[in-house]
Design a protein around this ligand. Structure first.
Ligand code: GTP
Ligand code: MG
Length: 256
């Protein structure tokens, strides 16, 4: 039986990106049963653009949050995970830094039996898209801190990104506490899983609009790691497999 995929996309002032993202996701997932859930906290015209998009494209849904007690990226993604009806859930940024074409090999990895697929910029065939030295340093430090604090992150090459796919069932008994931006770190520490597949991908420059990253996000990450050190569950039998670019192509041909 075919497996449905829901792609959850958090949005904050991304009106210049959402239509292009939906188009590219549609091209990537031809023949696959999928939908896209935009969870939006914008204060510009993004909700109007999302409404238009959802009227035009039956694969798209959106939920605009206003005046809710909690806003922010983490609560948006977790709300999206709760609302989405896919067997597999993916999380992807709206600004096209995560190329939508990667969704097809991620889906193939899930069909091959993975519990989670984590694309990586840092394995053979991947690239960070020429991040400047400061962003490289910040991102490297975040990874180092995460791995030092949490054993669950140690065998994963790119555990702090916002791009991943997993079986929705994994959320059933997981106690996710949405603080900050690093949802995948929370999933890796709190969910039960056995097989992770890593596939290479090329990170891109933001397509349009501005970055929302701030110093507060860094402080929240430290708070999150500290909190997860006490709460994280044991992962005794996890296997992390890395696919080469060639093997990834073969698996797409086999499964999709
Ligand atoms: N719903 C929601 N989405 C958010 C919020 N803050 C950021 N986002 C979205 O989260 C994703 C990641 O944010 P970015 O600003 O691209 O962060 P980044 O990729 O680390 O920074 P850049 O590399 O500069 O783009 C984007 O899709 C944003 O629109 C928020 O408060 N609420
Ligand atoms: Mg971005």
């Amino acid at each position: 039986m075919s497996k449905k995929l829901s792609v959850v996309v958090p949005t904050f002032n991304e009106s210049g990106n959402v239509k292009e993202l939906a188009k590219q996701v549609g091209e990537a997932l031809q023949g696959i049963d999928y939908n896209i859930w935009f969870i939006d906290d914008s204060n510009d015209d993004t909700p109007e653009v999302l409404k238009e998009l959802c009227d035009e494209d039956s694969h798209c849904r959106y939920h605009h949050r206003e005046g809710e007690a909690q806003t922010g990226l983490a609560t948006a993604v977790i709300e999206g995970f709760d609302m989405a009806d896919g067997d597999f859930l993916a999380c992807m940024d709206a600004d096209l830094q995560h190329p939508p074409a990667i969704l097809r090999p991620m889906y193939a990895a899930m069909l091959s039996g993975a519990d989670m697929c984590i694309p990586s910029r840092l394995i053979k065939g991947g690239s960070d898209g020429g991040l400047n030295i400061i962003r490289k340093f910040v991102s490297g430090t975040a990874r180092w801190m995460g791995k030092a604090a949490l054993p669950a992150l140690r065998n994963v090459s790119d555990p702090t990104s916002g791009l991943f796919m997993f079986r929705k069932e994994m959320l059933k008994d997981a106690d996710l506490k949405p603080i900050g931006w690093k949802i995948m770190v929370e999933v890796l520490a709190m969910c039960d899983y056995h097989l992770i597949v890593e596939i290479p991908y090329e990170f891109h420059d933001r397509n349009s609009g501005e970055s929302k990253i701030s110093r507060k996000v860094t402080l929240q990450y430290i708070e999150q790691l500290n909190n997860l050190r006490g709460r994280g569950i044991r992962h005794d039998s996890v296997i992390v497999t890395r696919w080469s670019p060639k093997f990834t192509e073969d698996m797409v041909r086999k499964y999709c």
